[in-house]
Design a protein around this ligand. Structure first.
Ligand code: AMP
Length: 181
């Protein structure tokens, strides 16, 4: 058992086999979101390495990254920037294609969301291949910002995403891992 602040975070994550496609073990974090102590412990654990790090913004990836990223931004006293699926943001955007564990998609950021030299903490629920997070990091980079670090609740280490982000010089913090995915 991996206790975080006295809380077994992993036990609050539900696994749905063969969703959304056969062979995928979907790690459903909505059960963790619904538990007040597990949600609080997760946010606390996500932010502690960054309490003294100079950061300008928290950026969260749609959609579960909004729930976690909003809470992380609030706790760190920072503003929040949404990184959304194509076609959802109302003002001028820049976009980046990426590969998922199960498909291809595009994410976008408002073109004026980040200023040159802004230091950004990236947040999502889960890192698998790292394709989504790397696309988000690329958007932040193209906007003139620097990704200081990325923080996730779940790592699927067999898919190599953390190593990929590390190779790009991005420090990665994760709370629990599921091996064998
Ligand atoms: P990746 O780009 O491969 O790192 O995939 C990460 C993104 O896809 C995150 O936004 C996750 O929410 C979602 N995702 C990928 N694989 C899974 C999985 N096995 N269970 C739940 N969500 C997943």
């Amino acid at each position: 058992m991996d206790l975080r602040g006295g809380m077994d975070i992993k036990s609050h994550i539900r696994t749905i086999p063969d969703y959304p496609k056969p062979g995928i073990m979907f790690r459903d974090i909505t059960t963790l979101f619904a538990d007040p102590a597990a949600l609080r412990a997760s946010i606390d654990e996500m932010i502690w390495p960054f309490l003294k790090t100079p950061i300008d913004f928290v950026a969260g990836i749609e959609a579960r990254g909004f729930i976690l990223g909003g809470a992380v931004a609030h706790e760190l006293g920072l503003g929040f920037i949404p990184i959304r699926k194509k076609g959802k943001l109302p003002a001028k955007t820049i976009g980046q294609e990426y590969s998922l564990e199960y498909g291809v998609d595009m994410i976008e950021i408002h073109a004026d969301a980040i200023s040159k030299g802004n230091r950004v903490l990236l947040v999502d629920d889960l890192i698998a291949t790292g394709g989504t997070a790397l696309a988000a990091a690329e958007l932040i980079h193209r906007s003139g910002g620097d990704v200081v670090a990325a923080t996730f609740v779940i790592d699927l280490p067999d898919l190599g995403g953390v190593a990929r982000l590390n190779e790009k010089g991005i420090d990665v913090h994760t709370l629990v891992d599921f091996e064998g995915d």
